[in-house]
Design a protein. Structure first.
Ligand SMILES: [Mg+2]
Length: 428
């Protein structure tokens, strides 16, 4: 049997550990997408995390110890969106993705707190380590979800007792409520968990009778494209998909995979550790037209990203910069380079990619840089190797300073200069 564990309203549960007065009341964690990373003064503490392999969370966090007014109020207006709402708050119709202002209209006594992603991350990491000691194979699926394989470890007759004691132990040790689903396959187990919430356990033995009347949109990870196609075919429940098995199979591999997942016959294993494929940083911002300011922000993103890359000792060979404009249009540019990684290299590449893909005038709403194509061997561009080695060494040293004194303690002068430059001028 495979199991799926999902923490209930994780972020708010975590906040309740720190502040018990949030217990049993409508409460929510709201977020503002790290608006302070671009501040030119380093008034805010920014933390980085590097042991998040597989947790799919950003590695750079603005550490919010701020009160409601400091964090959510700007220019007399309430900003931010709800990230997680407690079950008490959900009774008022408060949902993830709603603006904080809307949520407060629905429930004026709602307690909204700023997020502390670093703390959630640490909790999640500790829970992962704990689960690895209790279950033979554990896969971290997201910051608050895990898959496990208990085949040959727990007999079917003992499974419910085992899961109950596991659930109880997690609650006692971590103070975190959790729901658990179990089935022969991962995706059926995940679907089962959604029926166990909150703080429940659901074991599925007979997939066919379990999924028969479940609406198709409730299946984990079913895309909008498939939903539309299935609706056109008149399919509304998971049970009905059996009649059109041949159609799923005509959709080739993704269609076949989906069909097998729905019927719990996929046999997908628990993946204990996945090698890192890419690492990136991106931020949504209030629209900015000033190209100098945008270049300054790109340099800040490059600084944070290069610090993460240095800590993980990665040698990327593929670089991507993405821009989203206020009008909804997106643009991207890529570059392959075998030069030894350094912060300076990332800065130059990022600015070069920006000049390649940017139209030069449309207000920008989102900036992102990512690196991939990690290299294990030592095949470098020899033309620049002496200069690159010096720069790589410099990054190593900067890293020590930043670990000790924070990400803003050391910056390249060019970050400050960029903002003052006239538009169109390039860096060399
Ligand atoms: Mg959850």
């Amino acid at each position: 049997m495979k199991i799926h564990l999902d923490l209930d309203a994780f972020f708010i549960a975590a906040e309740r550990i720190k502040d018990p007065s949030l217990q049993d009341v409508p409460a929510a964690v709201g977020g503002r997408g790290d608006p302070f990373i671009f501040d030119s003064k380093s008034a805010h503490k920014i933390d980085t995390v590097h042991d998040n392999n597989g947790a799919f969370v950003p590695s750079i966090f603005y550490n919010a110890d701020a009160n409601f007014r400091d964090y959510f109020v700007e220019g007399g207006k309430i900003r931010g969106i709800i990230i997680t709402a407690s079950y008490e708050a959900r009774k008022y119709g408060i949902k993830t993705g709603m603006t904080v202002r809307e949520a407060l209209e629905l429930c004026p006594h709602l307690r909204v707190v700023a997020p502390n992603h670093l703390f959630y991350h640490q909790l999640s990491h500790r829970l992962h380590l704990f689960l690895k000691r209790r279950i033979p194979a554990v896969e971290q699926f997201s910051i608050d979800e895990f898959f496990g394989d208990v085949s040959g470890w727990v007999e079917r007759e003992e499974l419910e007792d085992f899961l109950r004691s596991l659930q109880k132990e997690i609650e006692e040790r971590f103070g975190l409520p959790i729901s658990i689903g179990a089935a022969k396959s991962k995706w059926t187990a995940k679907l089962a968990t959604s029926f166990a919430k909150p703080q429940g356990i659901k074991i599925v033995d007979d997939v066919e009778s379990f999924i028969r009347d479940i609406p198709i949109e409730e299946f984990p990870g079913i895309g909008r494209g498939y939903l539309r196609r299935l609706r056109t075919l008149g399919i509304t429940t998971l049970g009905e998909t059996r009649q059109i098995r041949h159609i799923f199979y005509s959709w080739k591999k993704p269609g076949i995979t989906l069909y097998r997942r729905i019927w719990g016959i996929d046999d997908e294993p628990i993946v204990q550790a996945s090698p890192r494929k890419s690492i990136g940083i991106s931020r949504t911002i209030d629209p900015v037209s000033d190209r100098g300011e945008l270049r300054r922000r790109i340099l800040i993103l490059a600084r944070h990203l290069s610090s993460s890359i240095a800590k993980l000792r990665l040698q990327p060979t593929y670089y991507t910069l993405g821009v989203r404009y206020e009008n909804g249009l997106k643009t991207k540019a890529h570059l392959r380079s075998h030069r030894l990684f350094s912060e300076k290299l990332l800065q130059c590449i990022a600015l070069e990619l920006f000049s390649q893909c940017d139209d030069g005038y449309t207000p920008v709403m989102r900036l992102g840089i990512s690196c991939s194509g990690f290299y294990a061997s030592k095949l470098y561009d020899l033309w620049h190797i002496y200069e690159d080695k010096k720069l790589a060494r410099l990054l190593e040293c900067s890293q020590k300073v930043r670990t000790k004194f924070g990400m803003d303690s050391l910056r390249w002068g060019v970050e400050m200069l960029e903002a003052a430059k006239p538009p169109g001028e390039n860096i060399s």
